[in-house]
Design a protein around this ligand. Structure first.
Ligand code: TRP
Length: 374
């Protein structure tokens, strides 16, 4: 594959992703200054994830804000494919979802697609994806989602509610549309081909439960767009609003690839990592640094390709001034060495993970109760 090319599907991210090209390819819109100004006006600030363009693209976000301004409440929907432990890359979009829940007072539907991960991953049994669902659910609850406004469900358990909706979607999607959107070849198992209708279903659930059309906003990483192109095609045929989307970039891998991956453990910091494990992974991480300290001091380093910089940018530096200082003076200006920069980050990340684990432990017995069944 030539280096300027890349592949993004819900099940594969490969190559160096050019997000501007990806928006053109998928047909999604950038989150522009006008939208940011509307956020400022509606909620009194531009949240970090939007200011720093972690969430950078959308479909119909302007329409969601129109309906909100007109006094209509929207519902949030997002999800998780439980294929392993949760890592920091998963937490960031969930934290942003929680922020949206708080500022807009929105209900949230959260789908655990244990069916998807069972179908997709040869090595995972149905029991494994189910138990990862319970485990991942602890991470979600630990973030403090309002239990009154949040429904978390596991596909294989909530199937009685989801299946009739999935059937309505499935009947309206041809195999050739699914193949074009997901790139299936003849070796794909038939469960994977049907699965997208299960991921579409929760986008229509709020309308079905309310007995009227309800606007839905889905925060997620942009690799999920193929599913929601399908859902949006089916929506008017089923008499529903098209779901709106707000898309994030991928959380960078510590080894310098484009996406943190749960299947390559050293690329990600898991919420269950010990301080020692987190320390080791950050210490070994790829950076945009120079081969020698002398060169770095003289020429500066490259934050644009550096996952350590990205961790600060995506979450760990709250103040924009700190990010700007790191980018310009410290990193590009050659005033900090990567080792020092990593030591500083290790402290912050270890504290964050410890605190998260403390909250997570409180809910150990709760996950089973909280997940919706039937
Ligand atoms: N397919 C997603 C994943 O593999 C999980 C998911 C289900 C999801 N429904 C969603 C993600 C809605 C975002 C929005 O992680």
């Amino acid at each position: 594959m030539p280096s300027e090319e890349f592949i993004v599907t819900p099940w594969e991210v490969e190559g160096h992703v050019d997000y501007n090209k990806l928006m053109l390819l998928f047909g999604t819109q950038p989150i522009d200054d006008e939208l940011l100004a509307r956020f400022q006006k509606l909620v009194g600030e531009i949240p970090l994830m939007l200011r720093r363009q972690v969430f950078f693209s959308h479909r119909d976000l302007d329409w969601i804000l129109d309906t909100y301004e007109a006094g209509e409440k929207f519902v949030l929907y997002t999800g998780r494919g439980p294929s392993g432990q949760t890592h920091l890359g998963h937490l960031m979009p969930w934290m942003f979802t929680k922020y949206l829940q708080d500022v807009f007072g929105a209900d949230l539907y959260f789908q655990m697609t244990d069916d998807e991960k069972f179908l997709q991953k040869d090595e995972l049994s149905a029991n494994a994806t189910r138990s990862f669902s319970y485990d991942n659910c602890l991470d979600l609850i630990a973030l403090g989602f309002d239990p009154e406004k949040t429904r978390i469900f596991l596909d294989t358990e909530y199937v009685k509610t989801l299946y009739p909706i999935a059937l309505e979607v499935a009947k309206r999607i041809t195999f050739s549309a699914a193949r074009a959107v997901f790139g299936f070849d003849a070796s794909a198992n038939i469960g994977m081909i049907f699965f997208t209708s299960m991921q579409s279903a929760p986008a229509f659930l709020p309308s079905i439960l309310a007995g009227r059309n309800v606007p839905v906003l889905i925060p997620c990483a942009i690799d999920q767009d193929p599913h929601f192109r399908i859902a949006r095609d089916a929506a008017p045929k089923m008499g529903y609003y098209k779901p709106a989307l707000i898309y994030s970039r991928f959380f960078p891998s510590l080894l310098g690839m484009d996406k943190m991956s749960a299947s390559l453990p050293d690329t990600s910091i898991f919420t269950t990592d010990t301080p020692e494990e987190a320390r080791k992974k950050i210490s070994n991480a790829f950076t945009g640094g120079r081969p020698t300290a002398e060169e770095q001091r003289r020429l500066g380093a490259n934050p644009d390709i550096c996952p350590i910089y990205d961790l600060y940018l995506f979450h760990f530096f709250e103040k924009d001034e700190d990010v700007a200082k790191l980018y310009n003076a410290e990193c590009k200006g050659g005033n900090i060495l990567c080792g020092e920069d990593k030591q500083r980050l290790i402290k912050i990340v270890v504290d964050f993970v410890k605190e998260h684990q403390r909250k997570r432990r409180q809910y150990l017995d709760k996950a089973r109760e909280i997940l919706q069944v039937g």
